[in-house]
Design a protein around this ligand. Structure first.
Ligand code: NAI
Length: 340
């Protein structure tokens, strides 16, 4: 059979397409804290995606029910529940991505740091388990206070000899999602087309939206800019107040957590130009952990894209955030180093 040039090139394109589909890695994702307010909708979003081939649901309660329920959805991800610490080995072995929303959420009047006493030991124990059973996994930590739980996780991994700073992320995607939503609303834009990098950490004044770097470019008066920045920094508390004692953001966090997990899956699959902001070990500022836009690759952070050009207002926000970050980073590190 003689094929025309056009037919040959279209057959080649098909082969490339087939190859790139078949060469896609199967991405196995675990959720630790899968029965919770965030864990359940996050697991639902992950189960819907063809990027995920195995979904491992770990919690200390209710996972048999959550997993049975999700496993009836007609998507490929093989879903299994694991209940209690004795099942951690089976839950985590072979996982490529681990997302951690385990721990207590805030009630009205609480800061994220008020959760430290309970959540620090939960994250420490999960870090020990990840170091043992999936030391090469990319880990996204949602549990608050993120500014301290990420250093805790890293210190535990360091002690276990498995630390790879490029693979440990504090999930700050909700701050980006909120910034996009609020700024789109203020300017009458399509929120899907807005992108605001958010740097720093994930609590109060450490949350720094870079509105000067917005895509598309937007302009605000000084007082509007300050009010918007304050709303973004305080958006979690807005939800905590509205939920009046029943918890903090769960649905928007599940959406943001799924977006971050999918970005990790896409990077593992070799997609280029996957960029997310996340809180990682960093030498961009004097704070040893700091969130900036990151290019993600097969092995985690491929390139830290840094701060970019900051306005004078944003430079002051960074200055104010650094001592607060340093304090909460030290608190996490001291906890991890004392408690073993
Ligand atoms: P939740 O109380 O509804 O769920 C937490 C789940 O963790 C429960 O199912 C519980 O059984 C489980 N859990 C407790 N100890 C565990 C352990 N040792 N191992 C595995 N699972 C364990 O809480 P919610 O609303 O889902 O919040 C979870 C965490 O996420 C909180 O710390 C909250 O502050 C944080 N959060 C973080 C955000 C962020 O932007 N990074 C945004 C919103 C919440």
């Amino acid at each position: 059979v003689i094929l025309s040039r056009a037919a040959v090139s279209s057959e080649f394109a098909n082969q490339v397409r087939r190859f790139s589909i078949s060469s896609k890695k199967n991405v196995k994702v675990a959720v630790c804290g899968a029965s919770g307010g965030i864990g359940q909708p996050l697991a639902l979003l992950l189960k819907q995606s063809p990027l995920v081939t195995k979904l491992s649901l770990y919690d200390i309660v209710h996972t048999p029910g959550v997993a049975a329920d999700l496993s009836h959805i007609d998507t490929p991800a093989v879903t299994k529940g694991y209940n209690g610490p004795e099942s951690l080995k089976d839950a985590l072995s072979g996982m490529d991505v681990v997302i951690i929303p385990a721990g207590v959420p805030r009630k009205p009047g609480m800061t994220r740091d008020d959760l430290f006493n309970t959540n620090a030991s939960i994250v420490r124990d999960l870090a020990e388990a990840c170091s043992k059973y999936c030391p090469k996994a990319m880990v996204g930590i949602i549990s608050n206070p993120v500014n301290s739980t990420v250093p805790i996780f890293s210190e535990v991994a360091k002690k276990a000899g498995t630390l790879d700073k490029k693979r440990i992320f504090g999930v700050t995607t909700l701050d980006v999602v909120r910034s996009n939503a609020f700024i789109a609303e203020a300017k009458g834009l399509d929120p899907r087309k807005v992108n605001i990098p958010v740097i720093g950490g994930h609590a109060g004044i450490t949350i720094i939206p870079l509105i000067s770097q917005a895509t598309p470019s937007v302009k605000f008066e000084k007082n509007e800019l300050e009010a918007l920045t304050a709303r973004i920094q305080d958006a979690g508390t807005e939800v905590v107040k509205a939920k009046a004692g029943s918890g903090s953001a769960t649905l928007s966090m599940a959406y943001a957590g799924a977006r971050f997990a999918f970005s990790l899956c896409r990077a593992i699959n070799g997609e280029s130009n996957v960029v997310e902001c996340a809180y990682i070990a960093s030498d961009v500022t004097e704070a040893t952990y700091f969130s900036t836009p990151l290019k993600l690759g097969k092995d985690g952070v491929a390139q830290n894209l840094g701060l970019g050009k900051l306005s004078a207002y944003e430079q002051d926000l960074v200055k104010a955030a650094i001592p607060e970050l340093q304090k909460t980073i030290k608190k996490g590190e001291d906890f991890a180093n004392k408690s073993s």
